[in-house]
Design a protein around this ligand. Structure first.
Ligand SMILES: *[C@@H]1O[C@H](CO)[C@@H](O)[C@H](O)[C@H]1NC(C)=O
Ligand SMILES: *[C@@H]1O[C@H](CO)[C@@H](O)[C@H](O)[C@H]1NC(C)=O
Ligand SMILES: *[C@@H]1O[C@H](CO)[C@@H](O)[C@H](O)[C@H]1NC(C)=O
Ligand SMILES: *[C@@H]1O[C@H](CO)[C@@H](O)[C@H](O)[C@H]1NC(C)=O
Length: 651
């Protein structure tokens, strides 16, 4: 019954768009894209018991995280029996500790995609991670060993092959005696034929195993990839790469410097899981009635838990099980990384959407209560209603109102469904979203910053009206006096630069994401996908350039069908105006971005002259001046809070 391992070559069909956005955004952050995933391979077997497996997995990731932050390597074991979790992560030797932490965060974000398979491995350009339910620490070869040839520019120059062979040979020769890591370069006199190589074994392997792994890897890689300009060997015990480009980090690695400066950003990236986890454990804890005191803030969790159990927010597990046909696959609306959403029908005929979460973490109880409490108290025509949750059953479930047309991304990024949304409809969606945000920021009893505005979180009702979903990230802002939020959340690609780099959380973070969304709606292109690997060619940059050159029409989504309408000139100007508003929202300098109520005003008063936008952020190392939190470790704990990068309905 052995299933073939699944290979995911970063195919957007297989991985959520979130992943792609992470990858493309990380590229500039780490200088040369060393957090780029090369391949994910999931183990063939399914987990044995999710209730046991999931917390084990999460705990292992946490433990490794701490080791990686100080040494660039980590192994950890959690649990026993069939759902034990053995993990290993390693950064390649040339990475700085900062880049290492980012790379690990990325690995940790992606690997849970393998669930419900019970393990998997991921190779990135800067690090490796693997998790299984058995001890694999001595393994260094196996049927999963693989070679991925990169840039398919065939090198005409035959001397390149010689350079590659020499560089690889040197690196492979040196690594086993050098803690498993070596780099090398070679050229045949002309820079044209320079080759760069990196060899790295996992640190737990003996020099003999390392040698054997690398020798086999290099032979296979050279044989299969030359004369291509890039080659990578992804073997069980080692990673090997050559390239005609110098991809190696120039700064020698400094072993034990503090990783705290990047902790904030790490938490952005690494804690994707954590939010969902939080909800799940919240429920778990709620079940056992042993509720932790809330660390900070005014809410008495215990009381809230009781209220929840007694209140109409509480759904019986059996009710929801019945409503969804025991979570029948036929009722599945989508699968995100960390939760699956099912359609359900209650006995009174009401349609609901049930989000079934599968991660657990005992520290996140408060987040769960916060979410349920906040969301249930917020009501607005442009906000998706949370109807309640299931606290008492064996699993954690959130119950939302069901929206027939699911999410906006299904329309605007789809060549056929996109036709359903002409310009007028899109405009109404933009206005509706703005109204929802104005409500969250300025009109609800607690000020709520959503933090994760994006196309997949905008749902459409039967009349194609926009409703903002997934307040998982919404938090009461009022008692968060520090402008460094205790939890960075959001989806890269939609995240404002000051939030990404410094964790500065203001409403302007939502304004920025809203601006990105507006540009996506108008162009029908996804910000982070417009060119897979190069952030400098992001949609925002593209829109900005076209705006400046007065050629915006070129990037309008033809699906809006604006040209064929009688009043096409008026429409054209209306679209232009909306793009300009989008660009005002995505200005690099947060203080220049308008508030949401100002945005709404500008959308509705079409005669008013708009200010000219200044430039959007061009992501480069400049924005990655991380804030150095001097008391890094406690900040790290605090900041490892809620992040959800999975979309509401997933993919
Ligand atoms: C999974 O494990 C939990 C905790 O040990 C146990 O209560 C539960 O019955 C198990 N579920 C299955 C399906 O075996
Ligand atoms: C790993 O998980 C599989 C499937 O759940 C199980 O059959 C196997 O026995 C587990 N391995 C160990 C070492 O427990
Ligand atoms: C492939 O390599 C060539 C030179 O070797 C380079 O000019 C080109 O930009 C590379 N393409 C990609 C997609 O990396
Ligand atoms: C590498 O090892 C595999 C088995 O582990 C073997 O089949 C293959 O021939 C080896 N390749 C080379 C080039 O030595």
């Amino acid at each position: 019954m052995k299933k073939e391992p699944t290979h995911l070559h970063l195919n957007p069909l297989y991985l959520p768009c979130l992943l792609i956005s992470l990858l493309s955004l990380l590229r500039p952050i780490t200088g040369d894209g060393r957090a780029r995933a090369v391949q994910v391979t999931c183990s063939p077997l399914l987990e044995h018991n999710a209730t046991v497996y999931v917390p084990n997995f999460v705990a292992t990731m946490e433990k490794i995280s701490q080791q990686v932050q100080t040494t660039g390597f980590g192994v950890a074991l959690t649990g026993t029996g069939p759902d034990a979790n053995y993990g290993l992560a390693q950064c390649y030797g040339d990475l700085t500790l900062n880049d290492c932490v980012l790379c690990y965060a990325e690995a940790r974000t992606i690997l849970p995609q393998c669930y419900p398979q019970n393990g998997g491995r991921i190779f990135l350009d800067g690090c490796f991670m693997r998790a299984e339910n058995y001890s694999f620490y001595n393994e260094f070869k196996g049927p999963e060993d693989n070679v991925v040839c990169g840039n398919t520019t065939r090198k005409k120059d035959s001397t390149f092959g010689d350079s590659v062979r020499r560089a690889v040979k040197n690196a492979v020769g040196e690594a086993p005696g050098n803690g498993g890591y070596a780099r090398a370069s070679a050229n045949a006199g002309e820079s044209e034929s320079s080759a760069f190589a990196l060899a790295n074994c996992w640190r737990n392997l003996s020099p003999e195993s390392c040698k054997e792994c690398l020798e086999n890897a290099s032979a296979t890689m050279v044989k299969e990839c030359l004369p291509w300009s890039e080659g990578r060997a992804l073997h069980t015990g080692c990673f090997l790469r050559y390239s005609d480009q110098d991809f190696l980090n120039q700064i020698p690695r400094n072993g034990r410097s503090k990783g705290s400066v990047v902790v904030i950003v790490v938490s952005v990236l690494s804690s994707v899981v954590v939010f969902m986890v939080g909800i799940a454990i919240g429920v778990y804890i709620c079940k056992h009635r042993t509720i932790q005191k809330k660390r900070r803030g005014s809410v008495d969790v215990e009381k809230m838990a009781k209220t929840l159990t007694d209140s109409s927010l509480n759904f019986k597990y059996s009710t929801l099980e019945k409503a969804t046909g025991s979570f029948d696959n036929a009722n599945k609306l989508g699968q995100g990384g960390f939760g699956t959403v099912y359609k359900g029908v209650l006995s009174d005929g009401r349609d609901i959407a049930v989000k079934r979460l599968f991660f657990n973490n005992r520290h996140r109880a408060t987040d769960f209560y916060n979410e349920v409490n906040i969301i249930s108290s917020v009501e607005h025509k442009n906000l998706v209603r949370l109807l309640g949750c299931s606290c008492s059953g064996p699993e954690s479930l959130l119950v939302y109102e069901y929206l027939q047309n699911k999410s906006l991304d299904r329309f605007i990024f789809d060549a056929n469904r996109g036709k359903t949304l002409n310009w007028q409809r899109r405009f109404l969606i933009i206005v509706g979203t703005a109204e929802g945000l104005v409500y969250l920021h300025e009109q609800s009893t607690v000020k709520i910053i959503h933090r994760d505005i994006k196309a997949s979180n905008i749902l459409l009702d039967s009349k194609l009206q926009a409703k903002i979903a997934d307040f998982g990230l919404a938090r009461s802002f009022q008692d968060d006096k520090s402008h460094i939020s205790t939890a960075i959340a959001g989806t890269l690609g939609y995240m404002a630069p000051e939030y990404l780099a410094h964790g500065q959380l203001t409403e302007k973070v939502d304004v920025y994401s809203f601006g990105v969304l507006v540009l996506e709606i108008v162009t029908g292109k996804q910000n982070t996908k417009s060119k897979m690997s190069d952030y400098s060619d992001s949609l925002i940059t593209e829109a900005w350039k076209h705006f400046q050159s007065g050629e915006l029409e070129e990037i309008y989504d033809p699906n809006m069908n604006w040209k064929n309408q009688d009043d096409s000139v008026i429409i054209k100007n209306e679209i232009l105006r909306v793009v300009q508003i989008g660009l005002l929202c995505t200005q690099e300098i947060a203080s220049l971005r308008p508030s949401m109520s100002k945005v709404l005003h500008m959308l509705k008063n079409k005669e008013e002259t708009l200010p000219l936008p200044s430039n959007p952020p061009f992501m480069d190392e400049r924005v990655m001046e991380f804030r150095d939190t001097s008391d890094g470790d406690s900040a790290a704990c605090a900041s490892l809070a809620t992040v959800s990068q999975s979309s509401f309905y997933g993919r």
